[in-house]
Design a protein around this ligand. Structure first.
Ligand SMILES: *Cc1c(COP(=O)(O)O)cnc(C)c1O
Length: 418
């Protein structure tokens, strides 16, 4: 875990005891390490050396303003998928010119706003979208910078974890239709073609799918150049995996080296954009939760905790594994098997199955590697206020989102008149 280590019996985030944070802000809460986030980002950036590049953090992985602001201070670019994400990036001082806008369903108002603020690139995913981007740019008397996101159809048999880069996916424009889409774009008066883009999926733990996708992209770039459509950058998306249990994902350095090598092998030295999300924030967060009850049935033992699937949906949604650790090691050391479950009225509300733990009522647990796709996927299901978020920085910690209050939870709703 790196920035989440035990000091004596007590789990810490950097220099701060997690027990102390839980006592201060309550549970459930998410705790992030500033050093971990910054180190992860810097590793990607440094791996490029002098090679021209842009690291655009994928905002959807964790969009807390404090995190976006820290990354903006490092000079990060941002990959956004909505007008809401655009506003967040702008509010923390992110440079619009370093924003790429992805997503299959951009609305007209989102395109207009992005053009207004001067974003760096639209990653266009259909010819219908291309037309709307062109007409919106025309109405603003400007030209929209675009890349076309192609779907490289990377072979699922050999790389079973890829979800978005297959030809059945809703994402991107099929490789065989890409040339026509580029010809259409090149003829448009209010579109300026800058790049090619792809994003083949998430939690990818091998290099081969990335290498295959890049090679297919570069073959397209060659065809485009022959057609007289020059390309200025290649965006290879995000998707590098993290270690949740026993995965061995490539390091940022190995990943970036493979991309640069792939470029050179085909005789290119085009600037590379990457859009890592999970691999920047995933390992940088834990969720603290308290054991409310220990419950024994004739066939099972449950540790019922105060965080549920509304707070962290990954186990219920993806059958995802997250390590669950006691925050303080007990002296007894007598472990048993528990299903760690939340209070939500769904059988799927399980954080971890068959976990070997030494727990008692009132104990604190840390659910690990939840910095990505954790809080952002939380909801108010069962009318549970969303959890607090804390950022640790050395021996200090800061509340970066307060626990939602009952008033906040109800604020947007109203009842009918008498
Ligand atoms: C989700 C997404 C990313 C980030 O993916 P990670 O697996 O979190 O790195 C990058 N680019 C696009 C277009 C995405 O949709």
């Amino acid at each position: 875990m790196g920035h989440f280590d035990r000091r004596g019996p007590e789990l810490h985030a950097e220099q701060v005891s997690l027990t102390r944070i839980a006592a201060d802000v309550g549970t459930p809460c998410y705790v992030y390490s500033r050093a971990a986030i910054e180190e992860n980002w810097r590793q990607f950036n440094a791996a490029f050396g002098d090679y021209p590049h842009r690291v655009c953090y994928a905002v959807k992985a964790n969009s807390n303003l404090a995190i976006l602001n820290l990354l903006a201070r490092l000079g990060s670019g941002f990959d956004i998928v909505s007008g809401g994400e655009l506003e967040r990036v702008l509010r923390v001082g992110g440079d619009p010119r370093n924003i790429v806008f992805s997503g299959v369903g951009k609305s007209e108002w989102e395109i207009r706003r992005a053009l207004d603020v001067g974003i760096g690139c639209f990653d266009v995913e259909s010819t219908a979208e291309l037309r709307l981007v062109n007409s919106t740019a025309a109405s603003l008397d400007t030209a929209a910078p675009v890349a076309i996101r192609v779907n490289p159809d990377v072979d699922a048999d050999t790389h079973p974890y890829i979800a978005t880069g297959l030809n059945q996916a809703k994402f991107g424009i099929a490789l065989e239709q890409a040339l026509d889409a580029y010809r259409l774009a090149a003829e448009m008066r209010h579109v300026s073609v800058l790049g090619v883009a792809c994003h083949i999926g998430s939690q990818i733990t091998e290099l081969a799918p990335f290498e295959d996708a890049l090679e297919r992209l570069l073959r397209l770039v060659e065809d485009l150049e022959e057609t007289g459509i020059p390309i200025e950058h290649v965006d290879v998306g995000g998707g590098l995996g993290v270690r949740y249990r026993d995965e061995q994902p490539p390091s940022a350095r190995e990943y970036v080296s493979a991309l640069i090598e792939g470029m050179c092998k085909r005789g290119f030295d085009l600037p590379i954009t990457i859009e890592p999300g999970r691999s920047i924030v995933g390992s940088a967060g834990v969720m603290l939760t308290r054991v409310e009850y220990v419950k024994r049935t004739p066939v099972k033992q449950f540790a019922v905790v105060d965080a549920g699937m509304n707070d962290l949906i990954r186990p219920a949604l993806y059958a995802a594994w997250h390590d669950i650790l006691p925050v303080a090691l007990s002296a007894t050391g007598s472990t048993q098997r528990y299903d760690v479950v939340g209070p939500v009225c769904e059988t799927a509300d399980v954080l971890g199955q068959d976990r070997v733990l030494d727990v008692a009522q009132g104990d604190l647990l840390a659910v690990c590697t939840v910095g990505a796709y954790g809080w952002v996927l939380s909801s108010n299901y069962n009318s549970r206020p969303r959890p607090a978020e804390v950022m640790v920085d050395g021996d200090q910690f800061y509340l970066i989102r307060n626990r939602e209050t009952m008033d906040e939870m109800c604020a947007a709703e109203s009842i009918l008149p008498e």
